[in-house]
Structures are given as structure tokens and as C-alpha cells.
Design a protein around this ligand. Structure first.
Ligand code: NAP
Length: 336
């Protein structure tokens, strides 16, 4: 099997670290690995699969002889460096929002639209984490009954805002338990023992950037501009894994058994729906796993074509690094 020279851009970050874990776990065919971050991390040592690597400062010249770049260093870094990587002949799978809604750039969830991978012109965008966690379990329902409208409320973990945000949740928890006032450095509000509306810019219409991403990206991935999405995104004091309460309206009348059976065993989905034991998806059980957990399946008593459900998924894995590596695996079987 062909092996690839891979660069991980943003390797010291929450997603970057997960890239390394997943490349090793899934035995990605690596020839050479290059680790890139900012000048702050240059020279630091990282061990991977029994060998020691030195982190290099990322720059326009970092991508010579690189086949694949797994990128997660933020939107502005991607806007600057992705064109350089493409020019050097690499494929970039980009985790930032820089290219997601560019019509020339495929936006891919392998369980949903893998065929879009081969339309790339050097970069493939990985969708927003809340969008991936929402759409993987909704896609089997969409194929069964055709979803027209989605209302979503998210419960997003601290690590969704990066490694420093995760540390802030831990630090504030200790501070509060010790009777000291919590220090806010990353989030605009106290995250420990609290929750608040997502910390992204709020637009004139009242939706925040995170919600706009979910709306636009869903339409692009499902190739359906008429699909309605109404999200409310909330940050909660959970370290890892996002959860979402979802309500969907479908076109076709279907039974609970049908919904349950399309979800049970669907790729990337695990049904956790035990009413007797009151046992449903939890972020703690989704953490470090590959599947999106789905349960609390209920028909809307006021609308026979309305369905409510609850999902939890590890946003650092399926919401970011795992989804990107899955894209790379499909590409690697037929690199172009
Ligand atoms: N966290 C998630 O759940 C998640 C999910 C999906 C997508 N994403 C997206 O993935 C990206 C990274 O997120 P994260 O959570 O991993 O953030 P993070 O923990 O803050 O890590 C950021 C990474 O970017 C690097 N970086 C910053 N400025 C740089 C520069 N000028 N040149 C090169 N590298 C630079 C940092 O390196 P230093 O350590 O050297 O500063 C670090 O490796 C963001 O665009 C985010 O929106 C995150």
C-alpha cells in the first residue's frame, strides 16, 4: 500500500493532539510525519509511535514533499498557509471554518457525502463539530423520511473552544471549590458550574456564528438549500463531547420502529435508548469513542411527522480529527 508524507498543522492544539492519536489508532499509511505549530512551540519534542519528533514553526515553505496536510491551526492560519500547501502539491483536509462555504471546496462527512471528496481542488473542508454531530445520526432518518426542518439545541463542551478552554474549566472548578473567585481568560463568562450562549459573534438577526455554521453547512452537506435549520448553541461545563437535543420534521409518515431500525447499526451511530432504565446518550460515554450516541426517540404528539431525539458525540474525534482522517483514508485509496 502507498505510504504518505503527512504534516499535522496545529499539532499542539486540542484537535492536533487528537490527530496524532487517531493516525496511530487507525494505522494511517505514514511514510514521514511533520509536526507544525506556531513559533511558540517550535523546538518542542513530541513522541509518536515510539519515535521523537521536533515541532517546527509553520510557514509558506513548510509543505515541500508533503502529500497530505491535516490542518487545525485556526481560520486565519489556514487562509494564509493552505494555498501554499496546495501550491506545493499537497491535499489539505482543513478543520477550520476558512473554506467550508466556498462553493469550490467540498465539505464532507464520509457517512453522508463521500463522493464529494473527489471534487476537490487541493482542499477538503471538515464541517463544524456541532454540524457533524447533528448530521451523522440525522442522515439515516433523512434517507428514510426526508427531513424538511431541524430545530437543534446544543450542549457544547469546553474543549470545543480548544486546549486552553478545557484548562479554564478545570482551573475555575478548583478555584470555586476552594472558595476563590474564578478567573476568566478564555471564555467571556464563568464556565464552571454555569452555562451560557455560545461564545461566538452574534449577528444582527440574533443568530451567533456557530448557529450560522450549522445552518449553512447542513444545506451544503445534504445538497438541499430548502432545508430549514434553527439552532440554539450553548456552552456547558463538560470537558469533552457535545450533546444536542434535536427536533426534526419529515415529509413521510414513519413509525418509531422504522426510525429505531434505521438508526440501529447506521455507520457512525450507536443507539442508546433504554426507556426502562432511563439510559440515554451522555457526553461522558461518547468521550473518546468514534460513534455518535443517539436516543430519547419520541414522536411529537402534536405532529405525526415530527420527531425528537438526543445525541452525544466526541467533537474532538468525530467532530474534528476522526472525520478528517476518515476523509484522508478514502482519498488515500485513490489519491489524485
Ligand atoms: N476543539 C474542537 O472541538 C474543534 C472541533 C472542530 C474544529 N475545530 C477547529 O480547529 C481549529 C483548532 O482548534 P483547537 O481546538 O485544536 O485549538 P487550540 O487547542 O487552541 O490549538 C490551536 C493550534 O493552532 C496553532 N497555531 C496558532 N497560531 C498559529 C500560527 N500562527 N501558526 C501555526 N500554528 C498556529 C497552535 O500552536 P501553538 O500551541 O504553538 O500556539 C495550536 O497547535 C480551530 O479552527 C477550530 O475552530 C476545533
Amino acid at each position: 500500500m502507498k505510504k504518505f508524507n503527512v504534516a499535522v498543522l496545529g499539532v499542539t492544539g486540542a484537535v492536533g493532539q487528537e490527530f496524532l492519536t487517531i493516525l496511530k489508532q487507525r494505522k494511517f499509511p505514514l511514510a514521514r510525519l511533520k509536526l507544525l505549530a506556531s513559533g511558540r512551540s517550535a523546538g518542542k519534542k513530541v513522541s509518536f509511535d515510539g519515535a521523537e519528533y521536533t515541532i517546527e514553526e509553520a510557514g509558506p515553505a513548510s509543505f515541500q514533499n508533503i502529500d497530505l496536510v491535516l490542518s487545525s491551526a485556526g481560520g486565519s492560519v489556514s487562509r494564509e498557509l493552505v494555498p501554499c500547501a496546495i501550491k506545493a502539491g499537497a491535499l489539505v483536509v482543513d478543520n477550520t471554518s476558512a473554506f467550508r462555504v466556498d462553493p469550490e471546496v467540498p465539505l464532507v462527512i464520509p457517512e453522508i457525502n463521500p463522493e464529494d471528496i473527489f471534487k476537490h481542488k487541493g482542499v477538503i473542508a471538515n464541517p463544524n463539530c456541532s454540524t457533524i454531530i447533528m448530521l451523522v445520526p440525522l442522515f439515516p432518518i433523512h434517507r428514510l423520511a426526508h427531513i424538511r426542518r431541524i430545530v437543534a439545541a446544543t450542549y457544547q463542551s469546553a474543549s470545543g473552544a480548544g486546549a486552553k478552554a478545557m484548562q479554564e474549566l478545570e482551573k475555575q472548578t478548583h478555584e470555586i471549590l476552594a472558595g476563590r473567585p474564578p478567573v476568566k481568560e478564555v471564555f467571556p463568562h464563568q464556565i464552571a458550574f454555569n452555562l451560557f450562549s455560545h461564545n461566538s459573534k452574534v449577528m444582527e438577526d440574533g443568530f451567533c456564528e456557530e448557529e450560522v455554521k450549522m445552518i449553512r453547512e447542513t444545506k451544503k452537506i445534504f445538497h438541499d438549500d430548502t432545508l430549514q435549520v434553527v439552532p440554539t448553541t450553548i456552552r456547558v461545563p463538560v470537558f469533552r463531547a457535545h450533546s444536542e437535543a434535536l427536533y426534526v420534521e419529515v415529509e413521510k409518515q414513519v413509525s418509531l420502529d422504522q426510525v429505531r431500525s434505521v438508526l440501529d447499526g447506521a455507520p457512525g451511530v450507536r443507539l442508546v435508548d433504554d426507556r426502562q432504565k432511563n439510559y440515554f446518550p451522555m457526553p461522558i460515554e461518547a468521550s473518546h469513542g468514534d460513534d455518535i450516541l443517539v436516543g430519547r426517540l419520541r414522536r411529537d404528539p402534536a405532529n405525526s411527522k415530527g420527531w425528537a431525539l438526543f445525541v452525544s458525540g466526541d467533537q474532538l474525534r468525530k467532530g474534528a480529527a476522526l472525520n478528517a482522517v476518515q476523509i484522508a483514508e478514502i482519498w488515500a485509496r485513490k489519491p489524485s
